[in-house]
Ligand binder design. Structure first.
Ligand code: 4AD
Ligand code: MG
Length: 441
């Protein structure tokens, strides 16, 4: 061996050198006395060619896709007009099948993946993840998650890890997962927001990337029971500061993600029309959205024209976003349809300093707001929402021990990816999706 074992993405590896590679058989074909194997190792692909006696051997002839192999040989340039990953191939002089696969596992190929029924494919997620589209989305996810950490460093947010087992709700009782905690009732967290707020005085601006849980009792293409929540909380800011920060974070994350040529190529393949969003994002007040929906004859959930105070349901929201076809900051939602903790607008007390960021193809990917910073107002909000303030004493104390104007947001990582990678559903944007009716594999 000229050099060490080579990972298959080693595009720079010198042609002519003798190397050893390990991986699984991604593709396999016999042609004119040769065996062509595309080997995959999670870093890339390499075309390996067996010829002569090697190609005639029993193991070569009976090889099945997904078998695990070791191959040794000489790296060569592919001939003019031929195609191979990274424009190179390995002319093998030795190979060994380390572990055989049974074959017949068509579900794991991309071709069948497109045709297979969704539930079977999800039952076989541990195998379908090996397919090119599924794994490409996971590569982008890895890059995006890392980029968020990098960007939060740039904007001087510190990372914290709030608890997942809690005794307070954030986004309404209807979607709480409840469980018995040593004889007391507890919940899986819906959002780390309240905890992030409590550390502002000690740590300054903070963020976390943690799991959030929602017992969503409907099946949609953008709701999971367990999802990855990117949340940040900023101290001594105005509502406008919050929007500018959010634009900056999202755009920087995309820039950093795209600066890796391999990831940029994947995104281009998954989402050929992708364009970097233009800043500033469009700003649209909730009341303007209601007018827009009326003008465009998009009805509310009762099939009536939208009116002030209506929830803008998923279908209407997505139609609006698709027609406008650019990121939208939808702001100033009415108090009644938003969470208890949201700060009211100084000029118009009917509405909150709240924002949803809407993206074409998905709709809402971010929800955020300024937080109620006044003690009495917060107590009144608990009462209005029928929330017992007792378990919230630690949250309320924030308003007693030196309150501040502050705000933050939560971004659904799977929704962000569904938009960036143009995936029909968030279920394809996480390893093993959880939603009503599925908790396996
Ligand atoms: O709008 P939401 O419910 O806001 C909050 O939880 C705030 N407490 C966050 C904060 O201010 N720190 O959720 C925020 C985002 C949504 O915009 C959406 O992208 C995602 O979380 N999300 C979901 N993603 C997948 N499946 C679900 N069931 C989701 N619920 C919310
Ligand atoms: Mg929301």
């Amino acid at each position: 061996l000229d050099n060490k074992d080579v990972q298959l993405r080693g595009a720079g590896t010198d042609k002519g050198s003798r190397v050893r590679v390990f991986g699984r058989v991604h593709r396999y074909r016999q042609q004119k006395g040769l065996v062509f194997i595309t080997l995959r190792d999670g870093y890339g692909f390499m075309q390996c060619i067996l010829q002569g006696d090697l190609a005639k051997s029993y193991d070569a002839i009976t090889l099945q896709r997904e078998s695990s192999m070791e191959i040794v040989g000489e790296l060569a340039q592919v001939p003019e007009g031929a195609h191979a990953p990274d424009n190179r191939e390995l002319h093998a002089d030795y190979f060994k099948v380390l572990f055989k696969a049974p074959g017949g596992d068509d579900a794991i190929t991309n071709k069948v993946q497109a045709k297979g029924d969704a539930q079977t494919l999800l039952d076989l997620r541990h195998l379908t993840l090996r397919g090119e589209v599924a794994s490409n989305v996971m590569f982008v996810r890895d890059a995006v998650e890392f980029a968020f950490h990098q960007v939060y460093r740039e904007v001087r947010c510190r990372k914290v890890s709030p608890p997942a087992l809690v005794q307070t709700q954030v986004e309404g009782g209807a979607t709480l997962f409840k469980f018995d905690y040593y004889g007391e009732q507890a919940f899986l967290t819906q959002s780390s927001q309240l905890y992030l707020e409590t550390v502002l005085p000690s740590m300054g601006d903070v963020y976390c990337i943690e799991k959030s849980f929602r017992a969503e009792k409907s099946l949609t293409r953008r709701h999971l029971s367990e999802y990855t929540h990117v949340e940040a909380e900023l101290d001594y800011i105005t509502f406008d500061d919050l929007l500018v920060h959010l634009e900056e974070v999202m755009c920087r994350v995309i820039e950093i993600t795209m600066s890796d040529p391999k990831i940029a190529a994947i995104i281009k393949e998954l989402n050929p029309e992708f364009q970097m969003p233009q800043r500033p994002f469009m700003r649209m007040k909730y009341s303007e959205a209601i007018d827009w929906l009326v003008e465009h004859n998009i009805p509310n959930e009762e099939d009536q024209p939208h009116k002030f105070g209506d929830d803008i349901a998923e279908a209407a929201e997505r139609r609006m976003t698709d027609i406008i076809n650019r990121p939208i900051f939808l702001t100033h939602f009415p108090v009644e349809i938003k969470a208890f903790y949201m700060q009211k607008d100084k000029e118009d007390r009917r509405v909150t300093e709240s924002v949803d960021c809407l993206m074409p193809g998905v709709g809402e990917i971010v929800g955020g707001s300024m937080r109620m910073d006044d003690y009495d107002e917060l107590m009144a909000a608990y009462e209005r929402e029928g929330i017992d303030p007792k378990p919230y004493y630690w949250y309320t104390d924030q308003r007693r021990y030196g309150s501040s104007p502050h705000g933050g947001y939560g971004l659904g990582l799977e929704r962000f990816l569904a938009w960036l990678c143009k995936q029909h559903t968030v279920r394809d944007c996480c390893l093993y999706p959880r939603y009503m009716g599925r908790c396996t594999p």
